[in-house]
Write a protein that binds this ligand. Structure first.
Ligand code: MN
Ligand code: MN
Length: 291
C-alpha cells in the first residue's frame, strides 16, 4: 500500500474537513539561513511519531475532520507566491475551512492575514509570536521580505496586532514600536509577568473573536528550537508557547507555523512545530465541542 506524504491523522477528505493543513515551501527572501522550504515535509515526517490521542483535551485527532492538502505551488517571486497564497486562503475560508499553513518563511503570513481580514471584517486581530519585530519597511530590496511582515500588516491590513516574544531588532524598530504605541511583549516580559497573564491582557487588548495566530518558531528559545532561519537566544520556553497556542486556538480563524529550517538541527524543531500544530487543532476542536 502506498502512503501519501501527509500529516498523520489527517484522514478527512476536503469536502468534510474543517481543518485544512497545507505547506508553502518558499524561502526566497530569507536573510541569514535559508531552508524553510524543507519544513512542511519535515513536519509531516515528524508527525508520524505522535499518538493521535491528546490527553489534555481528551480528544483523538483521528476523529477530527483534518485534511492535508499538500504543498502550494510556489513561484521564485515573492509577490506571485503571496498572490497564490492569498487566493488559496480566500477559497479555504469561503469553503468554511480553518486554514493551517506550514511555512516557509514569515513573509507568507501577510497573504493569509489579508485574506482573513477581508473575510472577518471589523471583528479581527492578529497575534504574532516572534523574536523579531519584523517592522522594516523593506529589506534587501523586498517590501515583502520576511523581516517586514508585521510592518506590512500594520500599514495595509490592521493595527489590531500584538507581538509576543520580541527580543531583537534594530534601534529604529524599537523607536517605531514605542512611537506608534504598538502592543508588544518581550521574552523578558513573559519571564517576569507569566504567559497566562500576558495572554489575558493581549486578548483584552485585541478585543475581537476572530484572531489570526502566527507562530514564527524563532519566538522559542534556540535550545528548544535550533533549526531556524534566524535563531535568537533568551527566548520563550516551548511550554510557554504551548500555553499560548492552547489558549489562543479557540479564538483563531487561521494559524501558521513558519521559519523552521530543518537542515540546522536533528529534527527537533520540526517535531516541536508539528506538535504545537496538533495542540492548536486539539484545543480548537475541544472548544467547539463545548460550545
Ligand atoms: Mn518573523
Ligand atoms: Mn523571527
Amino acid at each position: 500500500m502506498f502512503l501519501p506524504n501527509s500529516f498523520i491523522d489527517a484522514l478527512a477528505d476536503y469536502e468534510s474537513a474543517r481543518y485544512v493543513i497545507f505547506g508553502v515551501p518558499f524561502d526566497n527572501t530569507s536573510s541569514y539561513r535559508a531552508g524553510s522550504r524543507w519544513a512542511p515535509d519535515a513536519m509531516r515526517r515528524a508527525s508520524a511519531n505522535f499518538e493521535s490521542y491528546n490527553p489534555t483535551f481528551d480528544i483523538d485527532l483521528v476523529d477530527l475532520p483534518i485534511y492535508d492538502a499538500g504543498n502550494l505551488e510556489t513561484s521564485a517571486f515573492v509577490d506571485e507566491t503571496l498572490q497564490n497564497l492569498y487566493e488559496a486562503t480566500k477559497d479555504l475560508l469561503n469553503d468554511g475551512k480553518l486554514p493551517i499553513m506550514l511555512g516557509g518563511e514569515h513573509s507568507l503570513t501577510f497573504a493569509m492575514v489579508k485574506a482573513c481580514a477581508e473575510f472577518a471584517g471589523e471583528d479581527f486581530g492578529v497575534l504574532v509570536l516572534d523574536a523579531h519585530f519584523d517592522l522594516r519597511e523593506e529589506y534587501r530590496g523586498f517590501k515583502h521580505n520576511h523581516a517586514c511582515v508585521s510592518r506590512n500588516i500594520l500599514s495595509e491590513v490592521t493595527k489590531n496586532l500584538v507581538s509576543i516574544g520580541i527580543r531583537s531588532g534594530p534601534e529604529e524598530e524599537w523607536v517605531f514600536a514605542r512611537e506608534n504605541n504598538l502592543k508588544y511583549y518581550t521574552a523578558d516580559d513573559v519571564e517576569s509577568t507569566g504567559m497566562v497573564e500576558i495572554l489575558k491582557e493581549a486578548l483584552e487588548w485585541l478585543d475581537c473573536s476572530q484572531i489570526y495566530l502566527s507562530l514564527d518558531m524563532d519566538a522559542i528559545d534556540p535550545s528548544y528550537a535550533p533549526g531556524l532561519g534566524t535563531p535568537e537566544p533568551f527566548g520563550l520556553s516551548a511550554r510557554d508557547v504551548r500555553t499560548a497556542i492552547r489558549t489562543l486556538a479557540p479564538f483563531s480563524m487561521a494559524f501558521d507555523v513558519v521559519e523552521i529550517a530543518p537542515e540546522y538541527d536533528s529534527g527537533q524543531t520540526s517535531m516541536l512545530g508539528a506538535k504545537l500544530m496538533r495542540e492548536f487543532i486539539a484545543s480548537h476542536a475541544k472548544s467547539c465541542r463545548k460550545a
